[in-house]
Structure formats: C-alpha cells, structure tokens
Ligand binder design. Structure first.
Ligand code: OSB
Ligand code: MG
Length: 368
C-alpha cells in the first residue's frame, strides 16, 4: 500500500466543561486530524498534542511542523508493507511521539478499511466492550468535587479518577472517599511533586485507592522507585513510560506496579501493543489512558483497550462527557455496567462529519 495524499487539520474544539489539572486549566482542546489517502480509500488519525506543552513537550504546532516537514514527506509514495514498519521508518526523527502516533493511526485505519478488518481485530483484541471510568479535573473546592463525582456516578461511571496538585490532594481524595467508601477511586498528579513534597501524599495510603498516577517528574524512574517503596498503594506511571524499554526498566526498578498506556505518548499503536505484551507477560496490569480525544482517537483507544492485558478501567468516557459536538458521525455512549462498546466496523469504525470538521478547523494543509 502507498499513501498518495495527506491533509492535516489543526482543530480547536470547545470542551463541555473546563478541565483543570496540575499543569493548567483549559476550555478547549486542540489536536491535529490526519487524513491519508491511498487508492481512493481514506484513513484518519488523531494527533493528541494539545495547544500548550503542559502534559508533554509536544504541542499541536510542533506536531504540525514535524508532520509536514519530516514525517509526511517520508511516508508519501513509500511502499508500506507492514504496520510495524511505520514506527521504525519514522525513527530518524527523535521523539515527537504524538506526531508519529497520529500518522500511524491513519495508516492503521487505511489498512483496516482496505482489508475489511476492524482495528480491534488487527490488534488482537478479545473484548466487545471495555470497562471505563471518568477523569475528573480539579474543582473549585472539595465539596464541589464531591458534587461533580456524584453526577458522574449517577451517569453510570463506576470508576473515578481525580486530578490532584500540591495543596489540593489529600483533602480532596478524603472528601470523595468519605461519601463513597466503596468507589473505585484513583488520583493523578501529572508530575506535580518531588520526592520531598510527595511526603504530603502519605495519608493517601489509608484511602484504599486503586493507584496513584504519575506523582513525580516525567523523566524520573528512580525517585518513583524510592517513592513506591514507601507506599502500599500502587504507583502507576503515565508520562514517564515513553517506550517498551522504559516500561521494562520501570518494572525492573519497581518504579511502578501499574502502567497507563496511551498510544500517542509512545509513538503509536504498534509500540503501545509492545508495552501491553511486555506487561501482560509479567503480570503487570495496564489500562488505557485518555487525552480528551475526539471520536477518532476514542475509537482507537477502545480498540487498544480490548487487548487482554487491559484489566483496569480506562480513561475512555462517553462522547458527551467531553464535547457537545464531535467530528465523528458516531458518538460513544456508556452502557449501564460502566463499559463502552468497541467499534467493529473496518479500521477505526468511525466516519467524519465534514461540517463539524470545517467548523473546528483553524488551519488545513494538503501534501503534496
Ligand atoms: O494525565 O491522564 C492524563 C487529559 C489530558 C492530558 C493528560 C491526562 C488527561 C486525562 C483525561 O486524565 C483522560 C480522558 O481523556 O478522559
Ligand atoms: Mg495521567
């Protein structure tokens, strides 16, 4: 298969409610949609780099540059004989995993549509529906947080993650735990602590949390290992795990007991699957993280989370939790048992609403 044309769209979509994390607050989500053509067939991929470099060093604009000036010129016209070769073909560019992942996703979608196989089937998934939860941003106060959590529980979510930052951690988690003693509850710090300041998190160990996600710096395996040795609650790494090698080393160093897998963070679905396979072989639980994706990225996450090692609920919520209007014609809804169905049509199994796409596009560019 050869790609003959690619169009990029820089999107900005209003969020249904502002999302606040330890790295900032946002009211809209930027992303890049990648539209790739081969022989009259079209595939889509989503690059999850956001407007600001808060979660990672990549932004929508750096991804636009790397895609347009390096990755796309390499891919156009090249014979793509296997999906595994995409990541290695793009390896001449250091880093920029979100840019690479978005492009690779479009190739998976194209191959799936051409061979009439669903992404779930191509990846080796074995579930029709996956367990999901909701990621709740930092609220104005702990009592406001309890109200927001209550609303999500009423909507059917059976696992809740709350974002924390220094000064808004133990008290927030305690407030939720007090009202919901049996809730599957976890926290995510997005790298906001140091080994020293993380001592303040010790009381979390008494709150029966599923996990503590990414407390320390994104490039720090060692201090996570030191912290894990002092906590009974499993530490889960997100930002730190950027490759199968990092996953292996984190497990060997006991820097975490659980891994959050995001295809965008690791350079694509092929790399994400390698991390899954490695963790599965060693009995390390994984779950699928989220980046407030559009319907395109959400379809990809659902397919990834259908692999057997994804034994904890993913950060994959219903469309309505994120957007009033999405760019896909399909929207995803929550089943009463806190699961979402995995698309089963060829490729990602979603189609694009052209009117919405135009409406949310800031810039558009075609290659060649
Ligand atoms: O750290 O998991 C994270 C959203 C944007 C960037 C980073 C993270 C998140 C979330 C939201 O927690 C997960 C979702 O898509 O629902
Ligand atoms: Mg996280």
């Amino acid at each position: 298969m050869k790609i003959d044309k690619i169009t990029l769209y820089h999107l900005r979509m209003p969020l249904r409610s502002p999302f606040e994390t330890s790295f900032g607050r946002s009211e809209a989500r930027d992303s890049i949609l990648i539209e790739a053509y081969s022989d009259g067939q079209v595939g889509f991929g989503e690059c999850v780099a956001d407007r600001d470099p808060g979660y990672s060093s990549e932004t929508a604009v750096t991804a636009w540059h790397i895609l347009g000036d390096y990755l796309i010129p390499t891919m156009i016209g090249m014979e793509i004989s296997s999906l595994n070769m995409v990541f290695s073909t793009l390896n001449f560019v250091r880093g920029h995993y979100m840019a690479k992942a978005g492009l690779e996703m479009a190739v998976w979608d194209l191959v799936g549509k051409t061979t009439e196989r669903s992404l779930k089937n191509m990846l080796g998934g074995n579930r029709d529906r996956v367990a999901v939860g909701v990621s709740v941003g930092i609220q104005a106060s702990p009592s406001k947080l309890v109200d927001v959590v209550s609303d999500y529980l009423a909507a059917g979510y059976q696992r809740v993650k709350i974002k924390i930052k220094p000064g808004r951690d133990v008290e927030d988690a305690r407030a939720v735990r007090k009202v919901y003693p049996d809730l599957k509850l976890q926290v995510d710090a997005n790298s906001a602590y140091t080994l020293e300041t993380a001592k303040a998190l010790q009381p979390l160990d008494k709150l029966d949390l599923l996990l503590i996600e990414q407390p320390l710096a994104e490039d720090d395996l060692w201090d996570h290992a030191r912290m894990q040795s002092k906590f009974q609650t499993p530490i889960c790494l997100d930002e730190t795990i950027i490759s199968p090698r990092h996953a292996r080393q984190a497990i060997e160093m006991k820097a975490c007991r659980i891994i959050n897998i995001k295809a965008g963070r690791v350079g694509g679905l092929s790399q994400a699957r390698l991390i899954h396979d490695l963790c599965y072989a060693q009995g390390v639980p994984v779950w699928c993280g989220g980046m407030l994706e559009t319907g395109v990225g959400r379809a990809s996450n659902l397919a990834l989370a259908s692999l057997p090692g994804f034994t904890l609920p993913g950060d994959i919520s219903a469309t309505e939790r994120y957007y009033l209007e999405d760019i896909t014609n399909e929207s995803f809804s929550l089943n009463p048992d806190s699961t979402i169905n995995v698309p089963d049509r060829p490729g990602l199994g979603v189609s694009i609403n052209r009117d919405s796409l135009e409406k949310f596009s800031l810039v558009k560019k075609s290659f060649p």
